[in-house]
Write a protein that binds this ligand. Sequence first.
Ligand code: GLP
Length: 246
Amino acid sequence: MISTRLHPDKQSAAQAIAREMADLIRLRSESGKATVLGLATGSTPLPLYAELIRLHREEGLSFRSVVTFNLDEYEGLAPAHPQSYRFFMEANLFRHLDIPAANIHVPDGLAADADGHCAAYERAIRAAGGIDLQILGIGRTGHIGFNEPPSPADSRTRRVHLDEVTRQDNSVFFGDVAQVPHGALTMGVATILEARRVALLAFGSAKAAIVARAVKETPSADCPATWLQRHPDCVFHLDAAAAERL
Ligand code: GLP
């Protein structure tokens, strides 16, 4: 089931979700347990990551007991490539926290055996105890992670072909659409649905149409975000503009 939560703006949403994450991390670490977070890239989660860094610096929130799994990575981009998701995560979150490097997982866009790497990624999530809280954005095609249409509900971490709409949308970061990779490695829909809690963030009128489809359409591979309706604890954190078609 998808429930929606309206926030006055993206900063307020970031504060609320960061607070939820901090409570979870503190609660679990008090009883000696790790917290496993599923993380997303894109411009949407940036205020959330800035708030987590602030909580670490100003309120002493420690990430020593946190394990992370990122949703996806472009195929063919090295970790040092400025547009790789590994680079994005290091620059915007990890390097500012006390999270142990060994606890960080991002799919390897250069994996020689991509299929084997994806299977190992699934095993690593399971070995860590599964994802406690998965952060998601949403693409205009209805993708979550890089699960482009058509992505079935039972899809797992795998190689995917990027939709031209997504390549066009993401070309702003690359300068030129020709530079945007055609492929990616992404957690699957089933991988995402296994997270115990899911928080999807969407802000601004450009997301209104796809948010409405995700919430209202019958779940199908044609709009992968609709599969979230089958999750028992999925919250869409929205501002008024992103919620205007609900
Ligand atoms: C990217 C990512 C997604 C992200 C989406 C939206 O392609 N793979 O995980 O949610 O696009 O990006 P943005 O937040 O910049 O709108």
